[in-house]
Design a protein around this ligand. Structure first.
Ligand SMILES: Cc1cc2nc3c(=O)[nH]c(=O)nc-3n(C[C@H](O)[C@H](O)[C@H](O)COP(=O)(O)OP(=O)(O)OC[C@H]3O[C@@H](n4cnc5c(N)ncnc54)[C@H](O)[C@@H]3O)c2cc1C
Length: 262
């Protein structure tokens, strides 16, 4: 069995800073970590490897610093890792990201199951997983919250559709995007940390994807263009009121009327 897990390095914390001039998220010089949903995807792949045998390959696209999340994945049970890193991939929207990742997957040993997180904590679109599956013409399921097992060339999963759970049998090869209900990711292993400290990350530039259409990479291959990006205005004006409960409640009532809530 060969499991491929797409993992993305995202800014640490919930406060994503925005470069309003360039219309992009500020990623350089920002502390980064493995996208949380991708940890669940990796755990699922490693658990299946432990049950059914095989190997786990992780794949990422991003700047060279994204090698860190691949090395982290080695300490969590991944066997091999690839990073797509080239200026030509920069400025990609979700379609161009899905295209580059799918072309890399075509050049890796054939996968039985490709895993993605259900979304990222920065871009948050949840489009890349289904995008890869469509480009590779693979069956796919999103929001997978349970994997029951694999048998006769199929995988049995439950997908949480919000208003109900779908039980699915999907033919291999396929792509799954996963939720946090799927499992409890293991902690990095000291033994694996020692064993994998010299393991290389395979870095592929755009030339490594020879045969792919370079006009579909990066900004050139991105049909969506950001017109403007800005943080929502912060409603921070505060007033401190003091007085008796009667006076305060009258003042509050008057304020609500003034703001047309009443
Ligand atoms: C018009 C436009 C311009 C953009 N320009 C830039 C830019 O200049 N620079 C920039 O850094 N970003 C840019 N982005 C953001 C970029 O498109 C997204 O970060 C990227 O496509 C992934 O989308 P997402 O974060 O919404 O992933 P989601 O679809 O929410 O992620 C789902 C899953 O897909 C997988 N995945 C997603 N991205 C990757 C990845 N890179 N490597 C491996 N696996 C992945 C992971 O498994 C993840 O859990 C731009 C987006 C748009 C729409």
């Amino acid at each position: 069995m060969h499991f491929i897990v797409c993992i993305k390095q995202v800014p640490e914390g919930t406060e994503v800073e925005i470069d309003e001039e360039k219309g992009i998220l500020k990623r350089e010089g920002v502390d980064s970590k493995l996208n949380v949903y991708d940890a669940y995807a990796l755990e699922a792949a490693v658990a299946l490897k432990e049950t059914y045998g095989g190997t786990v390959t992780v794949l990422s696209m991003g700047p060279l610093q994204a090698q860190d999340v691949i090395k982290e994945a080695y300490t969590l049970g991944a066997d091999d890792g690839y990073l797509l890193s080239d200026r030509k991939f920069a400025g990609a929207d979700t379609l161009a990201t899905s295209y580059a990742l799918s072309e890399a997957i075509r050049r890796l040993p054939p996968a039985d199951v490709i895993f993605c997180g259900m979304q990222t904590t920065d871009g948050d679109t949840a489009q890349v997983g289904p995008g890869i599956a469509e480009l590779l013409e693979l069956p796919h399921a999103s929001y997978v919250s349970k994997i029951s097992g694999m048998e006769d060339g199929c995988i049995f999963v439950e997908a949480d559709m919000g208003d109900g759970i779908e039980e699915l049998r999907i033919g291999l090869p396929c792509l799954l995007t996963v939720t946090k209900d799927l499992n409890q990711p293991r902690l990095p292993s000291y033994k694996l940390k020692k064993a994998t400290q010299n393991r290389k990350v395979n870095v592929w530039d755009s030339k490594a994807l020879e045969g792919a259409d370079p006009s579909h990479f990066g900004l050139d291959g991105s049909p969506t263009q950001v017109e403007r990006i800005f943080p929502p205005p912060k409603a921070h004006s505060k007033e401190l009121w003091q007085g008796s409960p009667d006076a305060l409640s009258q003042k509050f009532y008057a304020k609500l009327k003034e703001l047309k809530y009443l």
